[in-house]
Design a protein around this ligand. Sequence first.
Ligand code: SF4
Ligand code: SF4
Ligand code: SF4
Length: 233
Amino acid sequence: MMKFLENIIDTLKYKKLRALEMKRWLGILIYASVYFSIEAYASANNIEFYIWDTALTTSIIVLTIILGNFFCGWLCFMQRFQDAIGIVGRLILRSKYNNLINQKNRNKIKWIKYILAGVTILVPLVLSSYNVFIKFWGWAFSIGMIFTLVERRAYCKYFCFIGALFKLASIKNKKILIRNQSNCTACNLCSVVCPQDCDPAKKDGSISKDLWCTSCNRCKTVCPSNAIVKEKI
Ligand code: SF4
Ligand code: SF4
Ligand code: SF4
C-alpha cells in the first residue's frame, strides 16, 4: 500500500512527470478514437476484424521499425487497464503486491513473453487457423490480467505478444535511452518510477534495450541530474 501511495505522490510531486503523463493520456485518447473509428467503419462496411486489425498492427510494426517503440510508450490503453487492475491488487495484497518475484529472478525471465509470442503466432500460422490464434490470445490476455492482480503490468511483462513484436521491431532503432554513469548520483528515483520494473538505476549504459522497457520516458523525465539521456548510437 505504501508503495502505491509513493507512486501516486511521485507523479503528483514532479511537475515534469505530471506533464509527461498528461501527454501520454492524450496519445492514448487519440489512439483509442482512431481504433474505435476504424472498428465502426469496418463494421458498417462488413470488413472482417482479422483483416483490418492485421492491417493496423502491420502498419504500426512498420512505423515502429522507423520511429522506435512509440506505441507502447505513448498510445497503448492496455497499460492503463492494467494499472486500474493493479489498484485492486494493491488494495488486496498491500505490501505483498508486486513482490512475488524479486528483481533478480525477473531479470532472468524477461524473455518468456518472446517465446509465448512465437507460440501464439506460429502455431495458428502453421494450422492456418484464425480461431486458434484468437483462443491463444484470449488465454494470454486472461492469464495476464489475473496475474496483474499480483504483479504490476504483468500482461505487458509476461504475456503481451504484440508488445514483444513491437519491441523486436524497434531493436535496431538508433535512438536509445542511456544512463550516463558519470552524472548519476545513485538516488534510485528512476527505478522507483519505472512502471515496468526495468530498474534503470542499475543499468550500465543502454536502458531502452531492456526487454521490458516500453520507452515511456518516465525515468528520463524524473532524473534530477539529467543522467538519463536519449542518444543516437
Ligand atoms: S507490452 Fe503490450 S500491453 Fe504493454 S504497452 Fe506494449 S502493447 Fe501495450
Ligand atoms: S534518477 Fe538519475 S541520478 Fe538517480 S539513480 Fe536514476 S539515473 Fe541516477
Ligand atoms: S526504463 Fe524508463 S523508459 Fe523504460 S519503461 Fe522504465 S521508466 Fe519507462
